[in-house]
Write a protein that binds this ligand. Structure first.
Ligand code: IMP
Ligand code: MG
Length: 172
């Protein structure tokens, strides 16, 4: 399978450094709980966190869409819930990609009822203009088109997550 590079490792590193600095400014004096959405966000979480100059804690959730459909249904199953209580805390969700927005929309709703002090989203990628639900994303590293991408945490059938860059899958 042929993969065409779209965003280089260097571009990702530079953008996450910028994002980390902005987060450090925005949350100055606060303790942030960064919540990575497994599995895709493991790489962006690790690299972004290195640029966040705050007292941080980390937690992870794992979610999966119901069924075998390649299209997200919006019905999300929580495979692994948070270990931490989030009531009264400043929570920053870290995602790899927002496509339809249905996964995060569901996640935000289910976390909001736990009454965090604040709840925001940082994502590496946002597919432009194709969200099926309005979603308020505070930090976006890169806006891309509707193409299916892999690498830097993102998979196709479980593979390619370890690529250090983001690429587009070829047709051959
Ligand atoms: P949603 O459509 O925003 O709910 O996205 C659901 C999930 O689909 C994302 O968290 C990713 O795990 C996955 N996904 C969406 N677009 C892509 C892509 O281009 N490459 C790899 N995974 C994707
Ligand atoms: Mg994901």
């Amino acid at each position: 399978m042929d993969i065409k590079p779209l965003i280089t490792a260097e571009e990702i590193e530079n953008k996450l450094a910028e994002m980390g600095k902005q987060i450090s400014v925005d949350y100055a004096g606060k303790e942030v709980l960064m919540v990575g959405v497994l599995r895709g966000a493991f790489m962006v979480m690790a690299d972004l966190a290195r640029h966040v100059d705050l007292a941080c804690e980390f937690d992870f959730m794992a979610v999966s869409s119901y069924g075998a459909s390649t299209q997200t249904s919006g019905v999300v199953r929580i495979l692994k819930d948070l270990d931490e209580e989030i009531e009264g805390r400043d929570v920053l969700i870290v995602e790899d990609i927002i496509d339809s927005g249905l996964t995060l929309n569901y996640l935000m709703k289910s976390l909001r009822v736990r009454k965090p002090q604040s709840l925001e989203i940082a994502t590496l990628l946002l597919k432009e203009g194709i969200q099926r639900v309005p979603i308020d994303v505070k930090y976006v590293a890169f806006t891309i088109g509707p193409e299916f991408v892999v690498g830097y945490g993102l998979d196709y059938a479980g593979k390619y997550r370890n690529l250090p860059y983001v690429g587009v899958m070829g047709q051959d």
